[in-house]
Design a protein around this ligand. Structure first.
Ligand SMILES: Cc1cc2nc3c(=O)[nH]c(=O)nc-3n(C[C@H](O)[C@H](O)[C@H](O)COP(=O)(O)O)c2cc1C
Length: 888
């Protein structure tokens, strides 16, 4: 194996280098278990591709060349080189390699992102045959496709992933790697102590490499989620084969940004206690605003302890005297631990201290803060020697104002940081491109790292590389002529149905800055729920693209983070936290939110309690329908009983007939679809169902179930009769109940659903509810109104003014056995109601309901377009005279 390529899959070889003795990497990392530089060779029919090269050290070159050669036949040469990242431990051998005419075709193309090409040109200082790998672009190498995915800051701006769908393999370079040298190459061969050591190196690798880029790491995981993979070819450490879900999960957990608390750390040193006296007053000032504060004397406090406490704190105030023209080393240590990428533009900092004559201590720390681009709300506070009574009051007020900055309150003018500070320190005034105040969102590109930032004004800092405003060039406007909404909070949406997606879509149409997180219990991408019963007759329905409301690409593009198979187990409305648990791994976590949208939907009401439900099933989501279909097929079910003759009962019955079953419907009312149809329409529908062999029993209540010892339901009795009716499967569809348990936990006002106003606001500020779980004006929702309410909830969550829900007549429409059944508005008949109807034969039926001459409801069987006319007529408030010529 020493000098031979290691075959990972057919035509895919590991050809990298092992460096087991390395103990320090990149100056900053200790590597107790050495490392590897992984490179891969993939042989297609049209091209031979090398993915990554290895470190530029002669000791690796010979073996590397031998390994590549061992995988090539005579006359075969590398024709393409892909560099997912250009750091010299992966691109180092590039030059030697392209000059090796035995191994590499002289016309070989070198693929990398635009940034990668820029860096490679500077690293190798030679013109090479570079080709830009654009995001999502594909390369056909004969029998295999290579698709590129931009993955910036994992961990340089140049990074991308390369995916081969035919091999279910992705090449992620450093992402998910570890400094661990392993002769057997693949992860599945690690065990015992070796496995333990691998995990410790996996963590040690993550911290410095991906710790500063957590949001990007989550984006990387999102890309992987969209791919069908069974192997991850990393660039350091074992190739991930077998079960690598733990690695993915660990990255996911480690990459969650901890919510910053309204907490301030004050750390100082003091020779004679003068700076310390100031510190104590500052602390009192902070406390007076009710903000948590911790004071540390750095003479006897380890730096790491303070940094750990600062981990989730919004503020840091450093106090230092001036000793021989400088701040004290303990304070410098803390100031140097700040950096642009992690703390820039996010954390609030300030400094103070006592001095004798020149006062450079505070000045220097303040300049360091400026370099790190942290938020500096206040002027620094130097005091000459010992603080007087008056000075101590100033210190107290400094604390008050720093706390105000954290709480986003207005700061007193005396303390507010002034622009002049920069000039006074001899710094150039920030160059910032000014654009019209039209509220339109623009695309800005950071010329340092290539990051694209969407914002109205020139960004103050590049959140990726920390470059200042001078690094940004304006590259265009976001394609939308309307001024975009700029709300920048975090929005959590609970539920994965149409309401939730409608909310997310409405938000994104108006706002690209806020964070959106969706939690859904389902494992499927949100789908078109009204057609799930079609699955009974067509199990390929889920493969059709129009079955889904959104897809992975949409979620990625719109930066909507979706947690599948996740149950929200609690909401802390005071701390504004959503606590959730993965239904598979049972791992729990929490995220902070600024606005919360409850779109938890509804449950099917099951009339049978406290009995085994082996063959008693409801239909609510796709998995229910899949389960019923599987059960029917596995158990060769011949006869099914549908309990409930409403809308869903009809659809279920049709689906079961399509599956070849003998079907009966039991309806408590005297006729089918009593809520949507009048008696004539009900009888037309009943005849239609009967013509397809469905038995309909109206005016019946299935009151008692007969079960065998295995808990299988074999029959039922109808109330008032002792006769046992045999059945093999019971599907219940007798109505839904709003899912309100979470709302109940946090004491929202609930009636049948969560009570909302026309802005979809619940009784708690910042929490919205929409769709089936909500109750607006005592009304239940259907698909159309749920979508509209989702939209209104989303728009109000981003504080769009004038977004109110207007109650509309809710149409119900279904097509069974190719016949449209449509009902809209109020169809109750009483003395005050006038009706007009028309029927050709049983295939076409129209009825309109009028109150005080005005149309209020309608029923159509047969022609959907007539139903839509009726709906429009109701919305337009037409009277009989206007309706008749249109409809009849
Ligand atoms: C060894 C020494 C060197 C000092 N050097 C300076 C100096 O360069 N510039 C200055 O403004 N003050 C200097 N000072 C004065 C202190 O900054 C001053 O005494 C201050 O009040 C000490 O505050 P503290 O009690 O919080 O340590 C020096 C003090 C000492 C003891």
């Amino acid at each position: 194996m020493e000098t031979k390529a290691f075959e990972l899959k057919e035509n895919l070889y590991w050809v990298g280098g092992l460096d087991p003795d390395l103990r320090i990497f990149d100056i900053v990392m200790t590597t107790d278990f050495g490392t590897t530089y992984n490179a891969y060779l993939l042989k297609g029919k049209k091209a031979i591709v090398l993915i990554e090269t290895i470190k530029n050290k002669d000791k690796f070159l010979k073996k590397f060349v031998a390994r590549v050669k061992s995988a090539l036949k005579e006359n075969e040469k590398i024709t393409h080189i892909i560099l997912n990242h250009t750091e010299p431990d992966h691109s180092g051998q590039l030059l030697q390699l392209v000059q090796n005419k035995d191994l590499v075709d002289p016309k070989a193309k070198i693929y990398g992102t635009d940034q990668a090409i820029k860096y490679l040109a500077q690293i190798h200082n030679k013109p090479l045959n570079f080709v830009e790998a654009k995001d999502q672009e594909e390369l056909d190498i004969g029998g295999y496709t290579l698709k590129f995915y931009r993955a910036p800051f994992l961990h340089w701006p140049d990074t991308m992933f390369t995916y081969c769908p035919e091999l279910k393999t992705v090449f992620t370079c450093d992402f998910l790697g570890a400094h661990y040298s392993h002769n057997e190459i693949t992860f599945d061969t690690l065990e015992g102590k070796k496995l333990e050591d691998y995990w410790s190196s996996f963590w040690n690798y993550y911290v410095p490499i991906f710790g500063p880029y957590k949001p990007y790491a989550l984006q990387g995981l999102k890309i992987l989620e969209t791919l069908d993979i069974d192997m991850i070819c990393v660039s350091h450490g074992p190739v991930l084969n077998g079960d690598f879900s733990k690695q993915i999960e660990k990255y996911r957990v480690w990459s969650q940004e901890e919510a910053l608390k309204d907490k301030i750390i004050v750390a100082c040193v003091s020779a004679y206690g003068f700076t310390y006296e100031m510190a104590k007053q500052i602390v009192k000032g902070i406390e007076s605003k009710g903000v948590e504060v911790q004071l540390y004397d750095m003479v006897d406090t380890p730096k790491d302890k303070v940094l750990q406490e600062f981990g989730n704190a919004k503020g840091l105030i450093l106090g230092t005297p001036t000793i021989v023209g400088e701040a004290l080393p303990q304070i410098w240590d803390l100031a140097l631990a700040l950096n642009k990428v992690v703390h820039g533009n996010k954390r609030f900092c300030g400094c103070f201290g006592s001095y004798g004559w020149s006062g450079e201590g505070v000045q220097n720390i303040d300049q360091r803060f400026e370099q790190t681009k942290v938020l500096l709300p206040l002027e620094p506070l130097p005091i000459n020697f010992r603080a007087s009574e008056e000075d101590l009051i100033k210190c107290f007020k400094y604390g008050v104002n720093f706390a105000k900055a954290i709480l986003k309150e207005e700061i007193d003018d005396d303390f507010k940081r002034k622009e002049k500070t920069n000039q006074a320190m001899g710094k150039k005034k920030r160059k910032k491109i000014r654009v019209p105040r039209d509220g339109r969102v623009r695309k800005w590109k950071c010329i340092v790292c290539g990051e694209i930032v969407l914002s109205i004004q020139c960004p103050v800092i590049c959140n990726a590389c920390g470059a200042g405003p001078e690094a940004f060039v304006l590259i265009g406007l976001v394609e939308n002529n309307i001024a975009m909404n700029t709300y920048s909070g975090s929005i959590a949406i609970i539920g994965g149905g149409a309401t939730a997606i409608s909310a997310a879509k409405a938000i994104r149409e108006r706002n690209i800055t806020c964070k959106i997180t969706i939690f859904t219990m389902e494992k499927h991408w949100p789908y078109y729920r009204p057609i799930i019963t079609k699955y009974f007759s067509d199990q390929t329905i889920t493969e059709k693209s129009n079955f889904y409301l959104i897809n992975k690409e949409w979620a990625l593009e719109n930066k909507v983070d979706i947690h599948f198979e996740t149950q929200v187990v609690g909401i802390d409305k005071e701390k504004k936290l959503v606590k959730y648990s993965n239904t598979k791994s049972k791992e729990t976590d929490e995220i902070p939110y600024d606005k919360l949208i409850l779109a938890t939907g509804s449950d099917n009401f099951c009339p049978f309690r406290d009995i085994q439900k082996v063959n008693i099933m409801g239909i609510r989501d796709l998995d229910n329908v899949i389960k019923i279909t599987d059960y029917i097929k596995t158990n060769k079910v011949k006869k099914a009983t549908v309990i409930g003759g409403g809308l869903l009962g009809m659809e279920a019955a049709e689906g079961l007939v399509d599956l070849g079953l003998e079907v009966e419907i039991i309806e408590f009312a005297e006729r089918v679809m009593p809520r949507q149809l009048d008696s004539q329409a009900s009888s037309i529908v009943q005849k239609l169902l009967e013509s397809h062999g469905i038995t309909i029993k109206t005016g019946c209540l299935a009151s008692e179930l007969i079960q065998n010892e295995q808990g299988l339901t074999t029959g039922y009795k109808i109330k008032g009769s002792e006769e046992i009716h045999k059945t093999e499967l019971i599907v219940f569809a007798i109505g839904v109940r709003s899912r309100t348990d979470l709302a109940m936990q946090i004491s929202l006002d609930i009636n049948r659903g969560i009570k909302v106003n026309d802005k979809m606001e619940t009784s708690v500020k910042g929490i919205f509810a929409a769709g089936d779980c909500a109750e607006y004006d005592f009304q239940y929702q259907n698909w159309v109104s749920a979508i509209e309410q989702g939209k209104i909830a989303g728009l109000n969550a981003i504080e769009e003014k004038n977004s109110t829900y207007i109650r509309k007549s809710l149409p119900y429409s279904l097509i069974i056995f190719d016949t449209t059944i449509f009902s809209v508005g109020s169809i109750v008949e009483d003395k005050k109601i006038q009706t007009l109807s028309h029927t050709d034969n049983d295939a076409n039926y129209i009825k309109a309901f009028f109150k005080n001459e005005k149309i209020v409801g309608g029923i159509v069987i047969g022609k959907l377009e007539m139903g839509l006319e009726l709906k429009d007529a109701i919305e337009d408030g037409l009277n009989i005279k206007q309706v008749v010529p249109i409809i009849f």
